[in-house]
Design a protein around this ligand. Structure first.
Ligand code: UDP
Ligand code: MG
Length: 318
């Protein structure tokens, strides 16, 4: 039987400090997997340069000259982690039998790949890498991440708990995934929607090998909002429920005010009046904000701009 071809898809943004170290680890892994007969020699380590401003792309080009198992594609500008992974996956369609997406900073344990491929051999089309421990994350990151997964679930977005973007996907699933045309992408919430047989493999997350995270709180929040609003309309429904609730309370308030007025029991307090006005103002602003978030998303989707643009590949140099 033919051995499957694997592409390891690795998004890279300003990773000149990390790449010289981790690229070797990825290559060693490819050779090990070839040697133990898990994958074909045509398998590749595919770096996706996400518009880096440092020497990342030069390093990738150099690597591709040193060993044919290294390959690189370059995005025309920085588009963010999710789009970089998407570019690598779409580029890999029909060039391999499966891809494994993984960050380039050494945080995800590459040894979990063996088990992922074993699950693929068992017939799984998607294998999710799940962090068994989050010891290396700060208390803040752990708490926000946990809250985020719970919130997603409550919002009706199906995700695999503690799974980020370390996953194996078969070519068959990639081809189906190509039909998910949305511009606002949140991969970990979209893959469960594709279906097919899937499973999880557990690993321990390490410290970043070098450099700093490119996911500050602001980007994490943006990803969280994208994740919720691209995959769930529950917030809009909540606005309706909240609106009804506030209306009922206000109605009771009006009746109460009338009773007080007709009993003639003095002046109604301005404090209660002000707080009601402020409360309603707040609710309205939040609601308009949520609606705005969705309208913005619709606007982006209607424009249907490309989600990635590949400007160069290392294959052209060969
Ligand atoms: N990354 C990317 N584009 C970006 C930001 C990050 O391709 O705009 C890559 C980055 O090089 C790394 C992965 O996405 O391989 C995860 O980023 P990072 O390690 O900074 O995030 P964290 O692990 O802290 O969440
Ligand atoms: Mg990282």
């Amino acid at each position: 039987m033919n051995k499957p071809i694997l592409n390891i898809v690795i998004p890279c943004y300003n990773e000149e400090e990390v790449l010289p170290i981790t690229s070797k680890l990825f290559l060693d892994k490819i050779y090990e997997l070839i040697k133990i007969g898990y994958i074909d020699d045509k398998s590749r380590v595919l770096f996706v340069n996400d518009g880096s401003k440092d020497k990342t792309w030069d390093i990738i080009k150099q690597l591709s000259k040193e060993d044919e198992h290294y390959q690189g594609i370059c995005q025309s500008r920085n588009r963010g982690h999710q789009n970089a992974v998407l570019a690598g996956m779409m580029y890999s369609i029909d060039k391999c039998d499966m891809i494994i997406s993984i960050d380039c900073d050494g945080q995800d344990d590459i040894n979990a790949m063996n088990e992922m491929i074993e699950e693929y051999q068992n017939g799984c089309e998607i294998v999710y890498g799940v962090r068994s421990k989050r010891d290396t994350d700060t208390v803040f990151k752990r708490a926000t991440a946990q809250g985020f997964y719970k919130f997603l679930k409550w919002m009706g977005v199906e995700t695999v708990y503690n799974h980020a973007d370390y996953r194996l996907v078969s070519n068959r699933v990639l081809k189906e995934f190509k039909n998910f045309k949305e511009v606002n992408i949140f991969l970990r919430g979209m893959f469960p929607l594709v279906g097919f047989k899937s499973t999880s493999v557990f690993y321990e997350r390490n410290e970043r090998i070098a450099g700093d995270s490119h996911y500050p709180l602001s980007k994490m929040l943006a990803l969280a909002i994208d994740g919720i609003t691209s995959l769930s309309i529950k917030p809009i429904r909540l606005i309706t429920s909240l609106g009804m609730f506030v209306s009922i309370i206000s109605f009771i308030g009006v009746i109460w005010t009338l009773i007080v007025h007709f009993i003639g029991n003095g002046v109604a307090g301005w404090a209660s009046m002000t707080s009601i006005i402020c409360f309603l103002g707040g609710v309205q602003l939040i609601s308009v904000g949520i609606l705005g978030e969705y309208i913005g998303k619709i606007y982006m989707e209607v424009k249907a701009r490309p989600r990635y643009i590949i400007s160069e590949t290392t294959e052209e140099d060969k």
